[in-house]
Design a protein around this ligand. Structure first.
Ligand SMILES: [Ca+2]
Ligand SMILES: [Ca+2]
Ligand SMILES: [Ca+2]
Length: 329
């Protein structure tokens, strides 16, 4: 289906991200502002996301440039003459002062990302991403999908900017980079704007997450570079308004693992150790190196608040059998 132009103005000419408007936007001259390494410690299990808090480049109002993240390319239908520069649909902005009516109370640091709800607008980050500077970073985003782990992306969001309509989606996606550099989705979720979910004050980020399935050694993603994409997937009829985005976190979820295997009478038992109150699937195959397609589901178990569950099955009639656990999504 051919893309058509929206019938109402939706670009930055039609609105500005926060109070003050684009007339005050300081498109700073080249400051040589490479990504400033922010030496905040990354908590255990979390992988560092370069400029994941959008603190760079530093601005005291708003800046359409975003260090480290690459912007989605301008689609054919988007008319910069009418709707303003595509580059201005995304950028970083400074929080207002504490006590101000529109001060965001749980911003990580002092800046966040604005992203207009225009079809195809967005940003992504992976080992090949090149930001506004056009210069590949000295240290590319180096995270890769490791076998036997799952990956969880969490992002703080505020919807509703500039009269955003109910039902406007924003897609949070984890993908891998193929050998030819294509973005192959691994997991994605659409966050849907609703006044029930997002407070009208627009002063508090709400976290949303998406998690991949367990990456097996023969998963196409295994060993491939991790990519993160935040993309406006709004249809033309709902386009308009903008999102605030902050504090992009990438967590490596280890396990689950099998503990305390034992034979008790005619029963084989083990404990499942994983995340609290999570559903895991016990899979079995006749050999430990069987391809993923040959592992059959034995049962699904839900862990307790300590992240444990116990498994048992009768040994009668079983020949050699190997077990694997994966999270049931
Ligand atoms: Ca931030
Ligand atoms: Ca600043
Ligand atoms: Ca931009």
């Amino acid at each position: 289906m051919a893309e058509s132009k929206p019938d109402r103005p939706i670009g930055p000419r039609a609105a500005s991200p926060r109070r003050g408007g684009w007339t005050h936007l300081k498109v700073a001259a080249a400051l040589g502002a490479g990504w400033l390494a922010l030496h905040a410690a990354t908590p255990p299990g979390f992988l560092p996301v370069p400029n994941g808090s959008f603190e760079s480049p530093d601005t005291d109002f708003a800046d359409p440039r975003i260090d480290r993240w690459q912007e989605m390319p301008k689609p054919e239908w988007y008319d910069e003459q009418q709707q303003g520069p595509w580059a201005q649909l995304t950028g970083v902005f400074q929080n207002t002062a504490p006590g101000a009516e529109d001060h965001i109370d749980n911003m990580d640091g002092e800046q966040a990302l604005f992203l207009f709800a225009v079809p195809g607008a967005g940003v992504f980050l992976d080992a090949n991403a090149v930001d506004w500077s056009g210069v590949p970073p000295a240290e590319p985003f180096g995270a890769v999908y490791e076998p036997f782990k799952a990956y969880e992306l969490t992002v703080g969001l505020i919807g509703g900017g500039y009269g955003m309509l109910e039902g406007v989606p924003l897609t949070l996606q984890l993908y891998y980079l193929s050998e030819t550099g294509e973005h192959v989705p691994v997991a994605a979720t659409e966050v849907i704007y609703s006044q029930d979910v997002f407070p009208a004050s627009r002063t508090h980020f709400i976290d949303f997450s998406v998690r991949t399935p367990t990456i097996w050694p023969d998963s196409p993603a295994a060993g491939r570079p991790i990519g993160i994409a935040l993309i406006s997937t709004v249809p033309f009829e709902l386009a308009g308004g903008f999102w605030d985005v902050d504090n992009v976190r990438l967590r490596e979820v280890t396990g689950p693992r099998i503990a305390h295997p034992a034979v008790i009478g005619d029963q084989f038992t083990f404990d499942v150790v994983g995340e609290p109150e999570t559903i895991y699937r016990v899979l079995a195959a006749p050999t430990p190196d069987a391809p993923s397609g040959q592992w059959q589901t034995v049962i699904e178990l839900t862990t307790d608040p300590e992240g444990r569950a116990s498994f048992s099955e009768t040994l009668a009639g079983q020949r050699g059998r190997f077990y694997r656990l994966e999270q049931a999504l």
